[in-house]
Design a protein around this ligand. Sequence first.
Ligand code: HEM
Length: 179
Amino acid sequence: MRSTWSGLQIAIHWLVFLLVVVTYCAMEFRGMAPRSYRPWFNIVHVSCGITILVLMVTRLLLRLKTPAPPITPKPSPMLTGLAHLGHLVIYVLFIALPLIGLLMMYNRGGNWIAFGITMPHAAEADFDLVDMLKAYHVTLAMVGYYVIGLHALAALGHHYIFKDDTLKRMLPGRRNRSL
Ligand code: HEM
């Protein structure tokens, strides 16, 4: 069995991290920009969000295909269970959140752009549905802040408190790795 994540899995992990930062920033800071720039913030937001969706599904498929490398020294069963639960929440959240965003844009019924391309939309807007999806999107995005915070704290806890290799095996540049 591998002793570390594959190069591809590590690359996707840190790419998703960067994209999540940009996706959140595009929304948090769009209010500070002059009105004429706001469409650009929206394009960055939806383009990065869709890329996150594709990468998270890819990651999930890779994860289902190959087991996670073992942690040394082995954490307690309770910690392992909590970690599995946390990772499941991250997968569900960062797949559901962009999917809901996509459905929201589709059902607005107007032209919208991602990656510089005009995206498909419903023939007629369904504003009740859009309002409901928007409420879910905003709530899940807020939950996302806490989940990411807990995830980062857990990684640091593994490294500094339990002194195992959980964090190190997700860093690039270790030997004994397969793609
Ligand atoms: C992981 C990916 C995503 C994250 C973390 C995320 C996060 C957020 C956040 C924090 C907001 C601001 C909420 C607020 O106003 O308080 C937002 C709004 C929005 N998101 Fe996303 N989002 C993601 C993906 C997407 C995708 C893929 C789309 C569409 C294709 C999308 C469409 C929108 C739209 C249209 C709004 C603005 C709603 C409005 O104010 O009318 N999002 N998102």
